[in-house]
Design a protein around this ligand. Structure first.
Ligand code: GDP
Length: 176
């Protein structure tokens, strides 16, 4: 019998987190497999797409919204996470204040975003192990309590980046 044609399911994903934690770098790594030590901060919102093949019959296409200047333009954030199917909230493992900022974003998503939104917490810059200031156990415990996906990533070393997006893809409602 002929195999059913593969399904291409599209989902909107938004990145949130303190400035300079590596949101754009994670997207650049995931979408283009590149890293830039001296990249300029994103101005405005960048929109990129990338697909994840889950199996022979299912491909997930992420429409990725990397928001910039969230600190200055915080009132615009709801525009980005409204209608988002998933959110990646990023902190920097060398900056405890960035985890606090991530928690604030997560609380806001839990109150204001679609109740079915899938939220992943990403502890980025995991390559900077000697400067680690947030124990993985602490972030993992918080993520478990709040029912979030969690991974430590490095956009620089390409560690756990595709894994992060694949983990999210596997949680999405694929039976539609
Ligand atoms: P954003 O403001 O959250 O989008 O952060 P950027 O992607 O602009 O990154 C901010 C800075 O951190 C840049 O200098 C990046 O090169 C650097 N950076 C991003 N990801 C990593 C990482 O995984 N490891 C290290 N060591 N540096 C990173």
């Amino acid at each position: 019998a002929a195999r059913a044609p593969p399904r291409l399911l599209q989902f909107k994903l938004v990145l949130l987190g303190e400035s300079a934690v590596g949101k754009s770098s994670l997207v650049l790594r995931f979408v283009k497999d590149q890293f830039d030590d001296y990249r300029e901060s994103t101005i405005g919102a960048a929109f990129l797409t990338q697909t994840v093949s889950l199996d022979e019959s299912t491909t997930v296409k992420f429409e990725i919204w990397d928001t910039a200047g969230q600190e200055r333009y915080k009132s615009l954030a709801p525009m980005y996470y409204r209608n988002a199917n998933c959110a990646v909230v990023v902190y920097d493992i060398t900056q405890p204040s960035s985890l606090e900022k991530a928690k604030a974003w997560i609380r806001e998503l839990q109150r204001q975003a679609d109740p079915n939104i899938i939220i992943a917490l990403a502890g980025n810059k995991a390559d900077l192990a000697s400067r680690r200031a947030v124990p993985s156990e602490e972030a993992q415990a918080y993520a478990s309590e709040e029912n979030l996906l969690f991974l430590e990533t490095s956009a620089k070393d390409n560690a756990n980046v595709s894994e992060l997006f694949t983990m999210i893809a596997r949680k999405l409602p694929l039976e539609s």
